[in-house]
Design a protein around this ligand. Sequence first.
Ligand SMILES: Cc1cc2nc3c(=O)[nH]c(=O)nc-3n(C[C@H](O)[C@H](O)[C@H](O)COP(=O)(O)OP(=O)(O)OC[C@H]3O[C@@H](n4cnc5c(N)ncnc54)[C@H](O)[C@@H]3O)c2cc1C
Ligand SMILES: NC(=O)c1ccc[n+]([C@@H]2O[C@H](COP(=O)([O-])OP(=O)(O)OC[C@H]3O[C@@H](n4cnc5c(N)ncnc54)[C@H](O)[C@@H]3O)[C@@H](O)[C@H]2O)c1
Ligand code: SF4
Ligand code: FES
Length: 808
Amino acid sequence: MTQKREKLVLIGNGMAGVGTIEQILKLGGNYEITVFGSEPHPNYNRIMLSYVLEGSKTVEDIILNDLNWYKDNGITLHTGTTVTRIDEASRQIITADGMSVPYDKVIIATGSNSFILPIPGSTKEGVVGFRDIADCDAMLAAAKQYKQAAVIGGGLLGLEAAKGLVNLGMDVTVVHLMEDLMERQLDHNASSMLQAELERQGVKFAMGKQTVELTGEERVSGLRFSDGTELAADFVVMAVGIKPNVAVAAASGITVNRGIVVNDYLQTSMHNVFSVGECTEHRGACYGLVAPLFEQGMVLAKHLCGADTKPYEGSVVSTKLKISGVDVFSAGEFIESAEHTVISAKDDWKKTYKKILLKNNIIVGAVLFGDVTESANLQKLVKQGTEMTDEIYAELMGTGCCGSGGAKKTMAVETMADEEIVCGCNGVTKKAIVDAVTENGFTTVDEIKACTGATRSCGGCKPVVEQILQFVLGDSFQQSAKQGICTCTPLSRDEIVAEITAKGLKTTKEVMNVLGWKQEEGCSKCRPAINYYLGMIAPDTHEDEKESRFVNERMGANIQKDGTYTVIPRMYGGVTTPEDLKKIADVSLKYDVKVVKVTGGQRLDLIGVKKEDLPKVWEELDMPSGYGYAKSLRTVKTCVGSQFCRFGTQDSMGMGALMERKYERLDFPAKFKMAVNGCPRNCAESCTKDIGIVGNDGGWEIFIGGNGGIKPRIADSFCKVKTDEELIEVCSAVMQYYRETGNYLERTSEWVERMGLETIGAAILDDEVNRKALAARIDFALAQVSDPWKKLLKDDPTRKALFEEARV
Ligand SMILES: Cc1cc2nc3c(=O)[nH]c(=O)nc-3n(C[C@H](O)[C@H](O)[C@H](O)COP(=O)(O)OP(=O)(O)OC[C@H]3O[C@@H](n4cnc5c(N)ncnc54)[C@H](O)[C@@H]3O)c2cc1C
Ligand SMILES: NC(=O)c1ccc[n+]([C@@H]2O[C@H](COP(=O)([O-])OP(=O)(O)OC[C@H]3O[C@@H](n4cnc5c(N)ncnc54)[C@H](O)[C@@H]3O)[C@@H](O)[C@H]2O)c1
Ligand code: SF4
Ligand code: FES
């Protein structure tokens, strides 16, 4: 006779609750599981909402367990269903919509709610917290319609929200109560360095301000502060902390304080009812970060499965701000007092800061800014209450002899317990990583990420994951530690390019075969990259492999949400003629183009062309493609310049058109944008372009490495030239050097940072022979390119296969 399974009900479908269920499943717990969640989504990674807002991830990307996972594990899931109370007498869970479900055991994991300041105006339209997908959607929508945002609260959440809104194009002011940002994690030094860096990235600050009212009619229009000053804002995000959500527990008669009170085995005051996550109060502490929640979940899962477990004794927390270009870390105690011994180093030139606090020679806390390479190590030392020694000091402060660091670091992971969580964001233990190496043969961080989830969120655990790999793989680590371009190969980009050149490899298949790819067919990461490298190395003989290109490049147009495409005809230098405009209008009317949009690069974008109409549209336009989809020169934006403008000293329109004609159609590692301006007023915004050109001092100034996208970067001034010929030679050399040394998909903004401006200058400005050779090589490559549409329109079979049959 089979044993009757106990009914386990989870209230709260968030990271802590579902993390516990995952552990129970791993331990083979024999439960019939039901999950209730108020949100309409399956379990997702709340941490990554900051990336959704920033635009680097979508909601789909952050789903941790999709609906199939629940089904596959026999879990009954009720989304969009709020539990109101637990009826102990009848052992039933009662929901707001009248459902009652029997239980044997219950886990409450209802998380927290955003704390909304109880001030007049806080319920006005345009005021949100930042907690869930719905809040994130509200912020994304507001950014499209409104421009002036205020984020109240300069903690972790407020700063990540502010940076996200800046990326969305809003003018953002962080309003902070204290004089120091993140005062719960950072000391004054780190805090001011952080503020300076964020100001550089476009965030504004109003410090030491207490908001007493949100003004406006129905919609918020501003903030009023206690000192009588005001700030205009048509959108307000409250990020002033969280409030544990104890509603279900309180309504059920369970003891609550700030959170739901539990003992060391996560038991509440009600028999058979447990609690984990942000809603929980353990030994007087409520946590607001995921690492402690996973630690709680691990103890509870073992307890519920009858496995041996130590009691939960509390957690030491550490934080990492998820804003690119801002490296800040804090763990344990961070404000010094008389009982502390302080070790610190501040470097105003490198903009780095390190502070370590000792109490009776035990490492009790640390703050890092700028260089966080020691963060994982420090986190562990603080957590274990390690005594400071000469060796550890040398390791942390970089004063030891070189060569011994690696060994010491692996010693640190060697002493780590198997069950210790390495990746706080995803609850991955040391054992899970070791198993992924020993049982599955994985050898790289990427493979560990795909298998276990470690490093998938904030990335803060990557150094420890690397150290574990080093520890388990020993001598063979060096070979695998260098990251391949994808999981199909341990070879780096440079090694692949060298092998292709040395062995004269001709096709992606050949490269994969000869260089021993783990997956015969490669993957979507390596195939387009190799196709690019092959074309860059042998522009005259390489046969472009359409099947290795991304869909937009195969189709020669950008696919849209609704499955239609956009068509961008080339307009050299952003200049057109009445005849071309008429052609565009006629074709748009004939093929029912829904919207004609002027792009940021001064082109016309015909949006909503059906796939089967694409060849006819191009045929009838009879204009070159603007390559709006390609990893090649997109546009050369120009200002009016000396032909018409009163200030113009150079012919920017003429030079822009010349440049666009010269460099169009050639493949680059990533998309490439240019601008040409007639004078330093810079109306066509050279500073955010891969190459920006500005008429200056009777000649031209060349800027490189600018970017206005997700990771904005102001271009660096590269050099000044006197003549048009010099201008073209330098631009040609920069482009070819980028083509030859850039990683596939690496924008020039990243390339300049990686290579260093000095290296690029040495290769191009200081070495005339090399400059001329680079310029000659790009001319040779340019001589091989042709209009793809002209070719395609004559190639019936390809045209049919691409545009008239179902697959793309
Ligand atoms: C934007 C953002 C970024 C963050 N970044 C980080 C980070 O980088 N690092 C870090 O460690 N932490 C970060 N955090 C905090 C982290 O996300 C939380 O600590 C963690 O998600 C809490 O998990 P939880 O399961 O306890 O609560 P939650 O994730 O809040 O889950 C609780 C769930 O229960 C549901 N629920 C509540 N009441 C009921 C009810 N009565 N019936 C049914 N369902 C109910 C809620 O709708 C919710 O879905 C971030 C938080 C946010 C908002
Ligand atoms: N990278 C990360 O680890 C990360 C990112 C986002 C959120 N989170 C977590 O999410 C939770 C919420 O984050 P949070 O930043 O809102 O909480 P928080 O409590 O860490 O910070 C709130 C901040 O708001 C300030 N504040 C309070 N009242 C204010 C007022 N009236 N006006 C202006 N400022 C005021 C406080 O001084 C404090 O610095 C926290 O638990 C946090 O740890 C973590
Ligand atoms: S950048 Fe100078 S030349 Fe060009 S339009 Fe502006 S003011 Fe005129
Ligand atoms: S600790 Fe954040 S991804 Fe691992």
